[in-house]
Design a binder for this molecule. Structure first.
Ligand code: ADP
Length: 258
């Protein structure tokens, strides 16, 4: 285990800071919930059959909240996460993120919106094997057109924050699973998005490494990131103050722990 990450907001004051308006520190927060889902539905046509993966989800999520999404296989967890991540569009209903109705964005605008608002952490890390740690962390910044030097500097700051400042030139295959997931967390943080989406983030890790990654997510949550995590493990879900249980495409119930 390495040192806990340093304050992720501190870099805003230096020359590596994201563009004005990008970072949460400089973005004026519109009133209302961070995320609002209204009668959200996703229907798949399978031959003559319709599968209602999401069958009417109403939900409001606030800034800085930590949510776990639980439920049996096939209950709609991944579909919900994909819609929240703007990776998939709902069949009907409304999804607002920071007041923006995402249905109003065309595909290009949606990609840019995703880059600025959402960071992704996957079970299988999804790092690019040919790229170094630094280059993997830089990817979102590359797509946003950051200058090479500034983006390399910022990636180094982020690697340091997740305890991998001495591994910048390593490739993913030279790292442990826990270290690879730390790189993925740093990449998710690169553009300082308000929301982190995590899909079984500890699913490929042993229990002590899982604890380290969850400690990192806890810390990010305390610093104001909204975290939405799919998991089937109760001890992992216990890190979240809001536990949403899905059943057959609807919210079965929400447990709130204060
Ligand atoms: P979970 O993540 O909880 O296991 P999913 O969101 O993956 O559930 O799936 C919800 C339902 O939607 C399931 O019945 C699944 O078979 C169906 N489904 C998911 N994706 C597709 C797809 N691309 N095409 C058809 N059916 C799908």
């Amino acid at each position: 285990m390495t040192d806990p990450p340093h304050d992720t907001t501190s870099s805003h004051a230096d020359s590596t800071a994201p563009d004005p308006g990008v970072g949460t520190a400089s973005r004026a927060a519109p009133p209302g919930p961070l995320i609002e889902l209204t009668d959200l539905r996703k229907t798949y046509q399978m031959g003559t059959q319709q599968v209602h993966a999401l069958a009417g989800v109403d939900l409001q999520l606030g800034r800085g909240e930590f949510w776990a999404i639980l439920g049996a296989s096939g209950s709609g967890k991944s579909t919900l996460l994909n819609v929240l991540g703007c990776l998939d569009r709902p069949t009907s209903g409304t999804y607002r993120l920071e007041g923006q109705n995402v249905a109003e964005l065309d595909d290009d605008a949606l990609s840019e919106f995703r880059l600025r608002h959402l960071g992704f952490i996957f079970q299988s890390f999804n790092l690019i094997p040919q790229l170094t740690v630094r280059e993997n962390i830089e990817l979102p910044l590359y797509y946003l057109g950051w200058e090479a030097e500034r983006s390399a500097d910022h990636a180094a700051v982020l690697a340091d924050q997740v305890g991998l400042g001495d591994r910048l030139d390593h490739r993913p295959s030279e790292l442990s699973g826990g270290q690879q997931q730390r790189v993925a967390v740093a990449r998710a943080l690169a553009n300082d998005p308000p929301v982190l989406l995590a899909d079984e983030p500890t699913g490929n890790l042993d229990s002590s490494t899982s604890d380290q990654i969850m400690a990192l997510l806890d810390e990010l949550s305390q610093r104001g990131k909204t975290i939405i995590m799919v998991t089937h493990e109760n001890d992992i879900a216990e890190h979240a103050q809001h536990r949403l249980h899905m059943r057959d495409g609807i919210i079965d119930h929400i447990q709130r722990v204060t």
